[in-house]
Design a protein around this ligand. Sequence first.
Ligand code: LMR
Length: 404
Amino acid sequence: LWQNVPLAPPDSIFKLTAAYKADTYAKKVNLGVGAYRDDDNKPWVLPVVKKAEQIILNTPALDHEYLPITGLPEFTTAAANLILGSDSRAISETRVTSVQTISGTGANHLGALFLSRFYPWSGNKEIYLSDPTWANHQAIFKNVGITPVNYPYYDPKTIGLDFDGFLSSLKSAPAGSVFLLHACAHNPTGVDPTREQWSTIADAILEKGHYAFFDCAYQGFASGDLDNDAWAIRFFVDKGVNMLVCQSFAKNAGLYGERVGALHIISTSKEAAERVRSQLSVLQRSEISNPPTYGARIVTLILNDPALFDEWKRDIQTMAGRIINMRKQLFKLLTEELHTPGNWDHIVNQIGMFSFTGITPEQSKILTEKYHIYLTANGRISMCGLNSSTIGYFAESLDKVVRG
Ligand code: LMR
């Protein structure tokens, strides 16, 4: 048995973590997976999370019963307010269906599964994904029978947004197409549309009756401001775009392993939202029965207690601030000290956890093989892997590789 099962390649992102761990070179640097590290290259348990965990420990009445199928209600309500805004009309009109999911990946999966079953497809089941996108998106949609199609996004000539290409794809796609949009801190490029561009995108989507599938893995993590990073989502909801939102607390609460997230589907009526909820419950039940409790309890405490919420905002600023600082330092090293050939403005213009350096797959390979610096082949670097001890070595290695 299983003789004919094809051998699959290892995951393109997590294989880097394994290779980095196995490497014994003293100056090795891991710029692969998007997971925050402090300036000592250590995972950071947010102080506010530690406080929330203490509260949970000291609440003996808490048990280990099943959560409702759609999740902890205090969590899903607070999570919806966080991402859509507490003054959201869609929320006050009870048009939002919120379901707790296995972090952002689970939200993407449940959203994809729901669309696959219930979206009024006029032709083939297809989703338009930005070129490039997070490596896992392709697999998530293929798993539920939706074929990924690319839309132009990144322009290698400017190391920025190919806005004209993006727009013409929105205009030429068949009416009612589904477009996946990164709400902020685009993964892997770090290139986001401006507010003006978002507004043009929303108009094009409305004109063609497209569906917006928002993935938001970095609220607060991008700019340090939770509201600012949710701007595009709230703008689209206000404009009346048909849409859903995938939300993750992996990065902004540092709860990677706890798998805390939510799927929010915005409907045009309360009645439709109830129908959507009923079907999401059925899908969720057959897939995971009920979502996990622990991480949701932590986030619920943080979101619903004003003092903890303020502390969380400060923790987020600590993380976002360190990353922005690394961008500035790297830019300075490359441009003012090493005079590395090429334009490096994108290092400071890009936003969020990742920077798309613009180097070739061959150059990425040399960085890994010769300099023990681990990054994805597309030239994406996780800014979190840079710190006071590694940034100099990385800049010098990049400089050497670019000079060839
Ligand atoms: C990444 O892109 O590195 C992160 O989102 C982690 C993951 O799950 O791939």
